[in-house]
Design a protein around this ligand. Structure first.
Ligand SMILES: [Zn+2]
Length: 178
């Protein structure tokens, strides 16, 4: 929040962050324009184990977002529960002792790294292209950057990380179903 509004008071910031986490698929964009700032936060504000109100964990960080309609900036917000010591990230919650769990519903984006998010629909393109058209991670990265006219945008490594993280999550969800 400080990235957008440097002068904001901490109490106000905490209230806003806990409100934002109650919204689904939130974007600070006024329209569907992909240049809006995306906010990546846990899908919950209180939950899962003890129903205590979650509080911000660390300062929100600036991240890169690569979506089907192009790149944009994003902000990642992590929350924690002071009661049971669980951390709530964008795509999973838990802690090193108890282990980590996925949220019930898949998120809109996959975390390629701590500071890079790839939209799930873009990842589906990548997977399908690699299966049917022999497109490499590098080829997908070059193509995405060329189409959206950006230099050094979506890296080969981010494409690969999004792929592996996405596959891992899909596998885990499949096992949970069966
Ligand atoms: Zn708790």
């Amino acid at each position: 929040m400080k990235l957008i509004h440097p002068g904001i008071r901490e109490e106000d910031e905490n209230v806003l962050i806990s409100c934002i986490s109650r919204l689904s698929n939130f974007s600070l964009a006024a329209s569907e324009d992909h240049h809006g700032v995306k906010v990546f936060c846990p899908p919950i504000s209180r939950y899962v184990t003890c129903n205590a109100v979650l509080v911000p964990h660390n300062r929100p960080v600036k991240v890169d977002f690569f979506g089907i309609r192009g790149p944009s900036e994003g902000i990642k917000v992590s929350l924690k529960c002071n009661h049971c010591g669980f951390f709530y990230g964008y795509s999973k919650y838990g802690n090193p002792q108890a282990g980590w769990s996925l949220y019930e519903t898949p998120r809109v984006a996959i975390e390629a790294s701590d500071v890079c998010f790839v939209e799930l629909s873009l990842l589906r393109w990548q997977i399908s292209l690699s299966c049917h058209c022999w497109v490499s991670f590098s080829g997908f990265s070059v193509t995405f950057n060329e189409v959206h006219d950006i230099v050094g945008g979506l890296s080969e490594k981010s494409v690969a990380n999004a792929f592996w993280n996405g596959e891992l999550e899909a596998e885990l969800r499949l096992r949970e179903e069966s």
